[in-house]
Ligand binder design. Structure first.
Ligand code: CTP
Ligand code: ZN
Length: 156
């Protein structure tokens, strides 16, 4: 509606990281990838399915704000598996001091479950899964299975 007031859905943060332009509905998966659980004592804001204007057309997106923390490159790149258009904004003293995209990593460790039930990483051994990301899909370094389906379906 034209005259509908548009307030800020979630407040700006002083220091930390804003993960913006997350695919609509994927915020909770992003939190899981950052190992943030219901037991967290971190200051977080999450917005899901908010209206966003991107290159002139309206769409929906999710946003996650984590105060007082900057994420490692490995952490942010995991997000690329489910939200290739996410942006990472580093905030210091309310100012966006850095903005960058996410890149799909070449290797994934302990994030995706191998689809081969017989794979050693699915035994009750303390062995983390390990995949090389190739053109064909995710290649398990233990059993050579190649996962070609959406990685979001195989997140641990
Ligand atoms: N943000 C925040 N707290 C701040 C500054 C910015 O939470 N102190 C958030 C904004 O709400 C936005 C994101 O960080 O979700 C990026 O901020 P900014 O670059 O100012 O917004 P845009 O120009 O709209 O970014 P883009 O072009 O990447 O969409
Ligand atoms: Zn395997």
């Amino acid at each position: 509606m034209e005259n509908e007031p548009r307030g800020l859905l979630i407040s700006p943060i002083r220091d930390g990281t804003v993960i913006d332009h997350i695919s609509a509905g994927a915020a909770l998966t992003v939190l899981r990838m950052l190992d943030i659980t219901g037991q967290t004592d971190e200051e977080l804001s999450i917005a899901t399915n908010v209206t966003s204007m991107t290159s002139g057309h309206e769409g929906k997106k999710d946003i996650v704000k984590v105060s007082n923390r900057e994420l490692s490159k490995e952490e942010v790149d995991r997000i690329a598996l489910i939200s290739p258009h996410a942006t990472i904004n580093i905030i210091r003293d309310y100012i966006v001091v850095e903005k960058k995209g996410v890149e799909i990593p070449k290797f994934l460790s302990g994030i995706i479950r191998c689809t081969n039930a017989g794979c050693i990483t699915n035994d009750n051994e303390p062995i983390k899964s390990a995949f090389e990301v190739t053109e064909e899909g995710l290649h398990c370094l233990y059993c050579d299975t190649v996962i070609t389906t959406n990685p979001e379906n195989h997140i641990i």
